[in-house]
Design a protein around this ligand. Structure first.
Ligand code: URA
Length: 203
């Protein structure tokens, strides 16, 4: 167990180094303070995937440490989990200037690295936060229609042997729920289904 964790952490550190060494999204890298690769338990059953780092994340080098991150912590707490139990990352791993939406080509450039993270962590459940990460797995899907509904997805051909099929749960982004009481309620309700989904996936 301890050696698995160590191996997984080392493999994740290798992927982070590859992103930097390969010069992925050089324009974003030039304006960002640092790469925000991901954080949490590399053996986690739950992998959360957000959009891109914001100002605080760029400064600290960690995902979801600003206002949206505080709400994510509360959501985790509502199902008896903490950040140490899960792994959290983003589709785009450098802060876009002025927090603009990530571009399609930026999401495409980072997607192979996200699949590598998934194949190392081997989570039971992928949870996308917001439409940007959801669209990488379910192109054309509408979050207003699909949020809270688990979907079976396939890994890419290159990693199929390792990943096989996976369950994805699309959720609203916590930032969207910060000033919208209705969305906040929906997000907490959708979160409450996670423990049962994990149990179902354990069989
Ligand atoms: N929003 C995101 O999508 N990711 C972060 O890391 C922070 C805010």
């Amino acid at each position: 167990m301890a050696s698995t964790l160590k191996n997984k952490s080392a493999a994740l550190a290798g992927i982070a180094a590859d992103i930097v060494d390969s010069g992925t999204c050089p324009e974003l890298a030039a304006t960002a303070t640092q790469l925000v690769f991901g954080d949490g338990n590399s053996n986690a059953e739950l992998l959360f995937i957000g959009e891109a780092p914001g100002k605080q994340e760029d400064k600290q080098g960690l995902p979801f440490v600003g206002a949206a991150g505080k709400l994510l912590n509360q959501l985790l707490d509502s199902i008896g989990l903490s950040r140490d139990d899960v792994y959290i990352t983003n589709i785009v791993k450098y802060r876009p200037p002025n927090n603009r939406d990530p571009l399609l080509e930026e999401k495409k450039a980072f997607l192979p690295y996200l699949w590598q993270q998934i194949s190392v962590i081997q989570p039971k459940l992928l949870i996308t936060l917001g439409r940007h990460s959801m669209e990488c797995f379910l192109p054309g899907a509408l979050i207003s229609q699909l949020h809270g509904q688990p979907k079976q997805i396939e890994g890419p051909d290159s990693q199929e042997a390792i990943i096989g099929s996976l369950v994805l749960l699309p959720l609203y982004h916590p930032a969207a729920a910060l000033y919208n009481g209705g969305l906040r309620k929906t997000l907490f309700e959708d979160f409450s289904a996670i423990p049962e989904l994990l149990t179902a996936n354990n069989t």
